[in-house]
Design a protein around this ligand. Structure first.
Ligand code: DNO
Ligand code: MN
Length: 374
């Protein structure tokens, strides 16, 4: 069975407390990161251990890291990359020594995910993250910054922090002329360097898809579709080289058939982590996030969960972004309530699918027999 988790930004940065997360039905643990450590710097083992103990004291497990961010020089292939890769390896060692066996990361140049609206009002009175390509794809990145700042209710989107505005044009220019194949070569260089450490410490790496799953600001993107994922799988044959299957990110492009991607034999065995959420397409390069429920979005969550069960995915799963509901003022996409509803809905789907197939479904998530096998 899958193991349900919840993203948590840590004691200083997340207004949601662990005791609340602990009360979500079926919740086994959290996915977290040392967000205060900038990309490129080494994660101290004692800091990781401290976070792990903090989580465990609340009766939860620390089930994985999201993310150890990859320094831009590694993506760019700069001369300095070896130093940053060495630091990345040291961070992996720290995580591994603490008994954490899952790391989610991404290889998107310059940005993490991009949205044009962090609080798009929906008909039911909730708000959700939205994206309108007509706005974003007509603006320069600096103009986009100004647009987001005006429309984000004072919240920041990761990668779009105010203090990055002045450097963003220069960062994008650096990548000008880089092709997707150039970026792939840099990705392979990185994977080849880190895989021996992942094998030694049993750390499964799950690269997160680009979001939205198409090119932006002329930057190369290499994790957008089935073909891209297959290319990544072939870059390094280690089973530790794998994916964070994020249905909402891949699903931002209606051309992506998610159950088919999950069933692809070169991909399925490498799914190390699943982010399961729904999106509603409203036009070409236009969507907003929705509740996790199938009929509220454009993705069939039953088919997605069925595909995950059928390929034997028994790893860590989490609801991804949620709407803001019931008046909650939260970090955009990461409120408590809607993600909690998502987590129980996904468990309901999995339970029904497994029982219907006569597969076992443990009656106690804490029994050692059913605990996560790394
Ligand atoms: C969006 C989120 C991402 C993710 C990072 C991983 O779907 O899951 O922000 O955390 O891209 O590095
Ligand atoms: Mn995701």
């Amino acid at each position: 069975m899958m193991h349900m988790s919840f993203r948590w930004y840590g004691p200083e940065q997340d207004p949601i407390t662990l005791d609340k997360i602990r009360q979500i039905g079926g919740m086994e643990g959290v996915i977290t990161a040392l967000h205060e450590i900038p990309a490129g710097e080494v994660w101290p083992e004692e800091k990781v251990l401290e976070r792990k103990h903090f989580v465990e004291k609340a009766g939860l497990k620390l089930m994985g890291i999201e993310s150890i961010n990859v320094h831009e020089d590694i993506k760019y292939g700069a001369n300095t990359r070896d130093k940053y890769i060495e630091n990345y390896i040291k961070s992996l060692e720290a995580v591994g020594k603490c008994g954490i066996h899952l790391v989610c990361y991404n290889f998107m140049p310059v940005f993490d995910w991009t949205r044009t609206d962090l609080a798009q009002p929906l008909e039911d009175g909730s708000t959700a993250l939205g994206y309108n390509g007509k706005i974003c794809e007509g603006l320069s990145a600096e103009e986009m910054f100004d647009y987001i700042i005006k429309n984000s209710n004072g919240f920041e989107m990761p990668g779009w922090e105010l203090n990055r505005r002045s450097e963003i044009t220069a960062e994008i220019k650096k990548f000008a002329g880089m092709t997707a194949d150039d970026l792939r070569a840099n990705f392979k260089y990185f994977l080849d360097a880190i895989m021996p450490t992942c094998e030694k410490y049993n750390i499964k790496m799950g690269v997160h898809p680009d979001d939205p799953a198409y090119d932006l600001f002329g930057l190369p993107r290499i994790c957008k579709c089935e073909e891209d994922l297959v290319k990544i799988a072939r870059m390094n044959s280690s089973p530790y080289n794998g994916f964070t299957l994020c249905t909402g990110s891949l699903g931002s492009n209606p051309a992506n058939d998610i159950p088919k991607i999950i069933r692809n034999k070169e991909i399925s065995s490498r799914i190390h982590f699943a982010h399961v959420r729904n999106v509603k397409h409203t036009g070409d390069h236009q969507f907003h996030e929705s509740s996790h429920v199938s009929r509220e979005g454009s993705l069939d969550m039953y088919e997605i969960m069925k595909a995950l069960v059928e390929v034997g995915f028994n790893g860590v799963v989490r609801p991804d972004h949620g709407r803001e509901i019931w008046g909650e003022k939260a970090r955009p996409g990461y409120g408590l309530y809607d993600r909690a509803l998502g987590a129980t809905y996904l468990q309901g789907l999995e339970e029904a699918i497994r029982k219907d197939k006569g597969m076992n479904y443990p009656d106690n998530i804490y029994s050692t027999e059913q605990s996560l096998i790394w």
